[in-house]
Design a protein around this ligand. Structure first.
Ligand code: AMP
Ligand code: ZN
Ligand code: FE
Ligand code: FE
Length: 283
């Protein structure tokens, strides 16, 4: 009997916790994953590894699960795209620039607050911090603060009028380039994997050259199962992974109630990848 078929769909390498914009704490995430029969789980919060210690500590009470610390880094080229990185080989440190990314975000939030105040909205830094709790402060909390003050009726209105890219309350984030992101993850001995590649909106003809560039910069894997992907796209990226000898991965991009349409069950129903993927990530 082959091992692949036994564990197919029981690996989820892309999830978010309260350390970024997910609804479950890292330990709750582990418990929920175990309930739906996941065997290997990675925590990949946006630009932070704040939740990883709690996540890995949950291994004691869930010995059947393989847990990987990870991160999802936003890169710029030419539009934003996302790089997952995993500490699959038990490296002692974290990618070097992650702390700096938090600093960028903090600066951006303060500039955004000044901008929005200058437009006549009465918002306080203290209230924004309360709303973000243990997670990372960002535009969703600005939206929540403006809604509770009654300036807008719907969350989407706040984005459409004020916070979306190009609107008067928007401030761009400073992001790393693909070369910087890949270099720092490889330098830390973390395994870099291109997240939800369809979001780059490249044509099928443009993908090989683009992928070749990323591989030359150190890319080791690509996410080929993700809820935003059609089956056709999934097959396309599986073929591309094969062609460039990249590790194919699967992730639900679970955020809990923060994005209620995605359940942790997603990989069980859609992904063909199992535990052999973990062996490849560790190599
Ligand atoms: P930030 O990381 O601070 O830029 O915030 C990004 C988050 O803001 C996203 O994950 C979405 O939840 C939300 N967001 C960004 N753009 C929009 C938009 N145009 N409409 C609604 N929500 C948005
Ligand atoms: Zn997210
Ligand atoms: Fe992403
Ligand atoms: Fe994500």
């Amino acid at each position: 009997m082959n091992v692949k078929s036994q564990t197919a769909g029981r690996l989820d390498l892309h999830t978010h916790s309260t350390a970024s914009d997910g609804a479950l704490s890292p330990s709750q995430l582990v418990s929920e994953a175990e309930k739906v029969g996941i065997l290997a789980l990675a925590l990949t919060d946006h630009d932070t590894v704040e939740g990883v210690a709690e996540f890995l500590a949950a291994a004691d009470s869930h010995p059947a699960l393989t847990l990987l610390g990870g991160v999802e880094i936003s890169l710029e080229y030419p539009n934003e795209f996302h790089l997952l990185a995993y500490n699959a080989r038990g490296a002692p440190g974290i990618p070097s620039e992650l702390g700096r990314l938090q600093g960028f975000r903090d600066d951006r939030n303060r500039i955004m607050l000044e901008k929005i105040r200058a437009l006549g909205y009465d918002l306080s830094w203290e209230r924004l911090k309360e709303l973000s709790g243990t997670g990372q402060l960002g535009r969703p909390h600005f939206a929540a603060a403006l809604l509770e003050k009654g300036y807008f009726k719907k969350r989407q209105d706040v984005f459409d009028e004020l916070l979306a890219k190009g609107r008067p309350g928007y401030v761009d984030k400073i992001r790393l380039t693909p070369a910087e992101g890949l270099a720092m993850t490889r330098a830390a001995a973390w395994t870099p994997v291109l997240a939800h590649p369809f979001t780059l909106r490249l044509s099928a003809d443009d993908w090989p050259a683009f992928m070749r560039g990323l591989v030359d910069m150190g890319l080791l894997g690509v996410e080929v199962f993700h809820p935003g992907m059609s089956e056709e796209e999934s097959r396309f990226f599986q073929a591309l992974a094969k062609r460039f000898d990249l590790i194919a991965t699967a992730g639900s991009d679970f955020h809990g109630a923060a994005k209620p349409h995605i359940s942790l069950n997603w990989v069980r129903e859609h992904s063909a990848l199992g535990m052999e993927t973990i062996d490849r990530l560790r190599r």
